[in-house]
Write a protein that binds this ligand. Structure first.
Ligand SMILES: NC(=O)c1ccc[n+]([C@@H]2O[C@H](COP(=O)([O-])OP(=O)(O)OC[C@H]3O[C@@H](n4cnc5c(N)ncnc54)[C@H](OP(=O)(O)O)[C@@H]3O)[C@@H](O)[C@H]2O)c1
Length: 337
């Protein structure tokens, strides 16, 4: 099968940073599905791994990235019972396994869901990784209830990015919260409003800008940008007994003591925790994807796709990585086969 991988960590400007190659079609383990990939999306984790996985020595075999896909099941392992050949699915997969930038991929069925009937493959591929992350952060780590009508406030830092775009929709449409999203440019600001944000603040002057929207404190914060960069502002803006979830690891330590007087709860969210550690809760990601599909079909949620490239190859993937490395993405970029 055709695949795109890399053996050396090279900058995106270097044409050799990703390569087209041929590799055998993988064979599914007992609970795995063999899936023919129809469209993939790209995420910051792809570019991070490409830049960091092989800085010292070249890898012995090319590593295939890609942790967002829409495809069709062609074969199911002997113990798989959730899906069978012909089922149209979407999934993020797991970052410790070979990714979706290939004609075929094997994925554990417990982290796969049926994909919405009303989305094109590119629109569907745009959602799984970011939507699972946002769902787990909001409804599980922060414990926000999915009962519309709450007057609770949520600040989403990095509102126009992949995670922020779907997090705004989940918080508004499923939980009925008041959402303040951050954006620093007119285009990203407009996009946050289009996703459903009630107010938009600027993350370059976070505390003042949030206060200018009329909120002194917020009940919840989901930070989709650097944790340390926004730590002091989050400590100031969070309400007493509020909750903060972060999804970006920190190069610098942060001072947890700043949250103590307000009895603030802090949580990390990592969408690969469940598949990497095969936790008892792993199959919840299947359930989350199924619920998301229902909500997309009912019109409550929409795809966050903003850009599509045609034909998966090292060249188109390099273009996609370059867009992501700008850190100015609005919504998501997908590549169709
Ligand atoms: N833990 C997990 O499981 C998990 C899952 C998914 C993603 N992540 C991580 O979460 C981060 C966001 O992912 P993503 O897919 O949403 O990225 P993305 O789509 O590339 O985010 C782009 C957005 O980030 C905003 N932004 C840039 N610099 C910012 C800053 N200093 N403060 C606040 N916002 C800033 C930009 O807004 P403006 O242009 O308006 O400035 C832009 O719209 C990445 O670091 C990614 O690796 C973690």
């Amino acid at each position: 099968m055709r695949a795109v991988g890399f053996t050396r960590s090279l900058p995106v400007e270097d044409q050799r940073c990703l390569m087209d190659y041929e590799t055998p079609v993988p064979v599914p383990e007992p609970r795995e599905l063999l899936i023919r990939v129809e469209a993939v999306s790209v995420n910051p984790v792809d570019t991070m791994r490409r830049r960091r996985a092989a800085t010292e020595e070249p890898l012995e075999r090319p590593l295939i990235l890609g942790f967002d896909a829409a495809g069709t099941v062609t074969e199911a392992g002997p113990e798989a019972h959730l899906f069978g050949p012909g089922d149209r699915v979407w999934y993020a997969g797991s970052i410790d396994r070979s990714g979706s930038n290939a004609e075929y991929q094997v994925v554990d069925e417990r982290i796969v869901g049926r994909r919405p009937k009303n989305l094109e493959p590119a629109e569907a591929a745009a959602l799984p990784l970011t939507a699972i992350t946002a769902w787990e952060a909001l409804f599980e780590r922060l414990g926000i209830s999915q009962s519309p009508g709450t007057s609770h406030t949520l600040l989403i830092i990095g509102g126009a990015g992949g995670v922020g775009s779907i997090a705004i929709q989940l918080a508004k449409r499923l939980a009925g919260m008041k959402v303040i999203a951050t954006a620093s440019r007119p285009a990203s600001r407009d996009w946050c409003l289009e996703m459903g944000a009630d107010r938009v603040a600027n993350h370059h002057s976070l505390v003042d800008s949030v206060r200018e929207t009329g909120f002194e404190h917020v009940d919840y914060i989901l930070n989709c940008a650097d944790t340390a960069e926004h730590w002091d502002a989050m400590a100031e803006l969070i309400a007493p007994e509020g909750k903060i979830a972060c999804i970006v690891g920190s190069e610098r330590p942060v001072d947890l003591r700043k949250l103590m007087l307000k009895s603030v709860t802090f949580a990390w969210e990592h969408m690969s925790t469940r598949p990497i550690f095969e936790t008892d809760t792993m199959q919840r990601q299947h359930r989350i994807l199924e619920q998301l599909a229902d909500r997309v079909e009912s019109g409550d949620l929409r795809s966050t796709l903003t850009e599509t490239l045609q034909g998966l190859s090292a060249a188109t993937l390099r273009q996609a990585h370059s867009r992501l490395e700008s850190r100015r993405m609005i919504g998501k970029l997908s590549i169709v086969f």
